[in-house]
Design a protein around this ligand. Structure first.
Ligand code: COA
Length: 374
């Protein structure tokens, strides 16, 4: 990083089916709590970046940068970032650019999405706008369908069994039991996952992240300090259509973002104590761990058979929920909590954390490395 960027604080609303909130109220709550946790005045904020995918289409509310600015007394400059499910991570990256260029000294990043007022059919269609509308959507694919294809191909290439795959969601659900902000707090046995309702063969209900409402916010600064710093921020991109990929069992964007982030942060994989990764579907978690170099191709499942790394101690997308624009910001909040020893499922002696956030079939990957000097 060209500047030392400190994470001053962060917060999230509860994720889930939040009937009592609209999109703006989710933003209000996350922003107020983040400012409180950072111990700053609202007027200390020089700029705002909002992450949101579907406000305009689903909630009839666009122009969210201006909305977020309107809730602060001095109306700082604000913009909205959209990168499908990676909107949150790309918003953090955008904030880093503002800070590194000295356009701002303290930036508020808030991600929010309100999905459960619409039918699942409408949301499934809206999420599919993250794929190629002429080739992928037109052929009838949905995101569960795409990741079903990915899972089938992975099983064919690597011999992964249905029952092995269930270990992924089982661990993420177990991790969320103590997380008060998570959508689900129930331990779920692997055999229950293997026999849950079929969604897109071989993926079942309990392989899928749910449709959720929620918001998260963080405050980043180059002018104020804290014990937690962002050591690296990278975004990588690839073809948006599945049809243009040379592989569907490995994502080039994760590999590229990881290599660049390790170099920028000057840390080794072995230094990373805790990982919040984008488990939109169980199979994706295995692919990401392999692409980030924590396991060889086809052997990601070993990290779930004999866990040796803290992967999604918050519960991840699977159990915390996945309010699209909020997810990438919430991952940074969770990493910050781990590094400041505030996490409900605390990883012992964690000093380096990684947040991995994808959009589409990893056509975008935003990857951040954080560390504590305390
Ligand atoms: N995990 C765990 N439980 C879930 C769940 C999930 N993913 N989705 C729904 N549930 C629960 C609900 O809470 C509900 O429980 P209840 O009966 O006790 O209230 C029950 O399962 C049925 O919920 P419902 O909303 O009717 O499910 P659905 O069949 O309409 O939708 C999915 C289920 C998996 C199809 C939907 O959650 C989905 O599309 N997920 C993927 C979203 C996505 O693509 N995100 C982008 C990723 S790239």
């Amino acid at each position: 990083m060209q500047e030392t960027i400190s994470v001053l604080g962060g917060s999230q609303t509860k994720f889930g089916e939040l009937w009592g909130y609209d999109l703006k109220e989710l933003i209000d709550e996350a922003v107020a709590d983040a400012i409180r946790s950072a111990g700053i005045m609202p007027t200390d904020i020089d700029a705002i970046v909002v992450a949101n995918m579907m406000g305009s289409d689903v909630n009839g509310q666009g122009h969210l940068g201006a909305y977020a600015s309107s809730i602060l007394p001095h109306h700082p400059p604000a913009l909205r970032v959209e990168a499908a499910c990676a909107s949150g991570g790309v918003a953090i990256h955008t904030a880093c650019a503002l800070l590194e260029s000295n356009r701002a000294g303290t930036v508020l990043v808030v991600g929010a999405e309100k999905l459960t007022d619409a039918s699942n059919e409408d949301i499934t269609k809206a999420i599919m706008s993250a794929g190629d509308n002429e080739r992928d959507s037109a052929s009838g694919l949905t995101f569960p369908g795409i990741f079903g294809l990915v899972a089938n191909r992975y099983m064919y290439e690597h011999g992964l069994t249905r029952d092995q795959l269930s270990l992924v969601s089982a661990l993420h659900h177990k991790n969320a039991v103590t997380n008060p902000y998570a959508q689900f707090h129930k331990e779920i046995a692997p055999e229950v996952i293997s026999t849950s309702a079929l969604v897109a063969d071989p993926l079942r209900l309990l392989d899928c992240s749910p449709i959720s409402d929620g918001a998260a916010a963080v405050i980043l600064s180059t002018t104020k300090s804290s014990p937690v710093q962002l050591l690296a921020s990278h975004v990588a991109n690839d073809h948006i259509s599945l049809a243009d990929r040379t592989s569907v069992t490995s994502f080039m964007t994760t590999r590229n973002a990881m290599e660049r982030a390790l170099e920028e942060a000057n840390v080794k994989r072995e230094d990373i104590d805790v990982i919040e990764l984008h488990d939109c579907f169980s199979i994706a978690a295995l692919i990401h761990m392999e692409d980030m170099g924590f396991a060889e191709a086809g052997r990601g499942i070993e990290l779930y058979q004999e866990p040796r790394l803290a992967v999604n101690p918050s519960g991840g997308l699977k159990a915390c929920g996945h309010p699209i624009g909020a997810t990438g910001v919430k991952q940074i909040v969770d990493c910050w909590k781990q590094l400041t020893k505030k996490a409900p499922n605390q990883t012992k002696d964690a000093t380096v954390a990684l947040a991995h956030n994808i959009g589409g079939v990893a056509a975008t990957c935003a990857l951040h490395i954080l560390a504590t000097n305390a």
